[in-house]
Design a protein around this ligand. Structure first.
Ligand SMILES: Nc1nc2c(c(=O)[nH]1)N=C([C@H](O)[C@@H](O)CO)CN2
Length: 119
């Protein structure tokens, strides 16, 4: 299985468990690895036969900036569900980073894998 990836997708959103986080937007950063067989697209040059990373990025941008979750776990899971459902992706690895969360840490976040990875 080949991988189509997006790295460093920055989106401002409301996320966090503390009161101050419910009033001030923060930046989250998404890194995506999406499993797909890209051979048909490579043979035909037909974008409809692969994953359009621009379409996926723009859809996630709209979803995340409108969200107001408490936990990074919840946002990551909802993003993964959306990609699997709307873009027929069989497998993905998603890293959700919240770089401004802790002033004494460079970055915090979560990495999840969903779906079935074959070949
Ligand atoms: N596993 C998690 N731990 C914490 C989260 C989270 O979303 N998942 N969130 C917070 C706070 O919102 C922090 O990001 C800001 O102070 C703490 N722990």
């Amino acid at each position: 299985m080949d991988i189509v990836y997006v790295r460093g997708l920055r989106i401002d959103t409301l996320i966090g468990i503390h009161d101050f986080e419910r009033e001030h937007r923060q930046t989250v950063v998404l890194d995506l690895e999406l499993g797909y067989d890209i051979r048909a697209a490579a043979a035909s040059e037909d974008i409809t036969l692969t994953l359009d990373y621009q379409a996926i990025s723009e859809r996630l941008f709209d979803f995340v900036r409108a969200s107001e979750f408490l936990l990074v776990e919840t946002l990551a899971e909802r993003c993964a569900e959306l990609i699997l459902r709307e873009f027929s992706v069989p497998w993905l690895r998603l890293r959700l980073s919240k770089p401004g969360a802790l002033h004494y840490a460079d970055d915090v976040g979560i990495v999840i894998e969903r779906g079935e990875r074959s070949g």
